[in-house]
Design a binder for this molecule. Sequence first.
Ligand SMILES: Nc1nc2c(ncn2[C@@H]2O[C@H](COP(=O)(O)O)[C@@H](O)[C@H]2O)c(=O)[nH]1
Ligand SMILES: [Mn+2]
Length: 520
Amino acid sequence: MPAHRITVALNTNQSLRCPLLLPSPSPSPSPESSSTTPVSISYHALVVKAAQTKLRLKRPARSCRVFVVGTGRELKEGDGGDEGWEAALGNDLVVCVSGGEEYVGLKREGEGRGDGGDGGTGMGQPNPNCTTSILAHTAFVDALSLTQLATTARTLPGLIHAVAQPDLHPGTKYPIGAVFVSKAWIHPPLIGGDIGCGMAWYQTSLSRNAVDGEKGERWDAALGTIGAGNHFAEVQVVEAAAVGAGEDGSAGLTEDDVVLLVHSGSQGYGGDVLRRYTADGTVSLHESDPKAVAYMDEHERACAWARANRELITLRFLACLEPGEEAWDLGRNGEDGGYVASQETVRAARARVRGRRVVEIWHNNVEHALWPPHPPPDHKTLRSTSSTEALAPTLEAAPPSSPDFTTSSAQYPIYIQRKGAAPTYSPQTSLPLSLLPLPGSRATPTLILRPTLSAATGWGASNALSLAHGAGRSMSRAKALSSLSQKYHKDPTTMLQPASISQSKKHIERVEGVEVQGGT
Ligand SMILES: Nc1nc2c(ncn2[C@@H]2O[C@H](COP(=O)(O)O)[C@@H](O)[C@H]2O)c(=O)[nH]1
Ligand SMILES: [Mn+2]
């Protein structure tokens, strides 16, 4: 009996596929035939079985659905036998199996076999209408990151809007400095392994005289676990005049304030979450999939862990910066390394730290929100009339964004996936942030951004309710490591001196360029 060689893929990750041989349909028995009742073959069952065993689809067969890749036509298992299978069968047929959710991709009229009109990738173009906003108008952007942005926007299921922040730069597969808005789908790799990484500004009670000239050696022994990469905790002096108000009713930042900027993430924890949810090649999780619910739960924990770690780092800094202050006792390095504080003590210390918080945000996370954004209730008060040169431009100075966003009254739930992008709303209060940091580098200043929201940007739709989170990078980590280690080969300690990293105008322009474009 000739067989048909077909390909079975997963609906949620159509690059995960396996071949399958299906027997030809049995000819109808003729009245003269001596054969007994023909053996009925359920193609549906065979295909679902292949997805379960070879592609590790962990859904019960009864909830699985099969679609023709390219057209999205569903091949059902009917009461009287398989429906439509015989007509669809043929060598090179590509089908995908879903755990119950709808077909991922654009349904086309007409039947097709083989490559489904997508050049044989089987990926189709799920989102030909996904809009993109490139907010980097003058800042340098590596072309690869734009390709990564466009490919991601086109091919991952459910994406409706993608934003390149001015600090966009290439990641391994997905870009950094990017925001992706999706409907019904969550894509853990877009957030990456450092789930919950973010920035927090805390007030200290120090005067600028107390810190001017200090280089840090005195405090090094007491630092918390900040993590590798770009993470840091930096004592800063505010040069600009007073700006807006901080979160939780704090006074915001005032000239000469000495503040601590903490940038840290979830370290090994978030990486482990990402690995566990993507080890089988999964990129996309439909919100109805229990795996998506479980991922969101672990993602929340990783975010909470990262925020708690920023609080702990701050506590340890404050213990050194403000000696004699009893509230920071827990942050002191005790003689006895085995000291374990009670939960009550930890809770009390964290509450005291929060009293110093100016702003605290995640820049690697997924947020469940409503789309399109509506004006905040008190939007008229958001337009600050006072501005200083050091602040982000007001809304009116922002470049017009494309595509054109208009506020529609009907909102629907979406997910905002941020990889290296700061939010414009506070995760704590769900109100618009009045200020947040745009860190430069050890050699260039951190800028204070003031998000502005207005109808011109669809109340934040064009920038996906997000801003640049850093200065970006003009060379990959690997390239920077090799070229800088050559440059500082003879005396690597000079790399730790703020002024020696780079005073080049190029670097300074870099962060300012990002700021000018990031203030929407
Ligand atoms: N003020 C400082 N800013 C710094 C330092 N090192 C890096 N950076 C900035 O932080 C972001 C972080 O980006 P991420 O993608 O790693 O989260 C980066 O873009 C730089 O602008 C520093 O020592 N001090
Ligand atoms: Mn980060």
